[in-house]
Design a protein around this ligand. Sequence first.
Ligand SMILES: Cc1cc2nc3c(=O)[nH]c(=O)nc-3n(C[C@H](O)[C@H](O)[C@H](O)COP(=O)(O)OP(=O)(O)OC[C@H]3O[C@@H](n4cnc5c(N)ncnc54)[C@H](O)[C@@H]3O)c2cc1C
Length: 298
Amino acid sequence: MIRDFRYLAPKTLEEALTLLNEYRDECKIIAGGQSLLILMRQGLVTPEYLIDIKGISELNYVQSDAKEGLRIGALTTHRAIEKSPAMKNGFSVLAEMEHRLASIQTRNWGTIGGNICHADPAGDPTSVLIALNATVSTANLKGKRNMAVEDFCLNFFETALEPDELLTEIQVPPAPPRTGAAYTKFNIIESDMATVGVAVSISLDAGQELCKDIRIVLGACAPTQVRAKQAEGVLRGEKITDNLLKQAGQVASQEVEPISDISASEEYRRELVKVLVARVGHEALARARQAQERGLRT
Ligand SMILES: Cc1cc2nc3c(=O)[nH]c(=O)nc-3n(C[C@H](O)[C@H](O)[C@H](O)COP(=O)(O)OP(=O)(O)OC[C@H]3O[C@@H](n4cnc5c(N)ncnc54)[C@H](O)[C@@H]3O)c2cc1C
């Protein structure tokens, strides 16, 4: 049973920040409630005040610009991102990821900001956003901070947010030329959380097909989504082949320390990392080559 609380529903960011500043540790922010309500029902979170920010329309938007890239308001639902025409401008991997996140019902109400702030290491958006080198903005009454998504997630269900701060926006920079990105997750029940998730972004150099830059991100393998930096090192500067991708998968599977839980043993997760890094890397490479061909034609 959920313990009684006082419900507050600010309509502007300023109002929400004022309430958050007043109640701090006594309150909890609720957006879509898809994750928070489960914790409240289990009695793990028992706020005196619940600040419902879902009605703050100024934090609900998707904007894209060729120079600036993508800007997504924290209260944008998963479904709105999945369906946004802006995803067609080089961000299709985000729409694909959202399409496999939960059920339509959950996607219709859950928000990208809530997902990132919940900081579940198995959450899908964070892996893809780190692969795309995304940043977030947070705000309190004193002002605004910006940081890489990679730095925002600190530990299991813990973020860099201060008690008086809200996450307000996610920014995804335009992809460098000749870049491709892909994501997949292995999950036991379709539309459920990842047992292991892998996102890869590859940028090729001009002409020689060498890997100029690469980001490999693993979900559900550590207390937060993590870069597999040693595996990235196997591919960076090289001409990527199937053998090299397999080698990168092998290295990635050894550089993380996944836990054993009800979904999978540590060994099984390592095996998934090995296979999925090679598979997703292959897809990202194919997309980088397509981007290169498109670039050569224009
Ligand atoms: C059945 C089911 C299946 C799911 N499957 C998946 C899946 O496959 N992949 C996946 O990634 N996720 C999955 N989820 C989680 C889902 O994506 C949620 O939408 C998301 O985790 C939380 O979004 P929300 O808006 O509902 O946040 P809430 O539940 O309202 O909030 C979550 C946390 O974030 C805080 N918060 C929310 N917004 C802000 C903000 N703007 N600033 C500061 N703090 C904030 C809240 O205080 C709370 O601590 C699933 C959920 C369910 C119920």
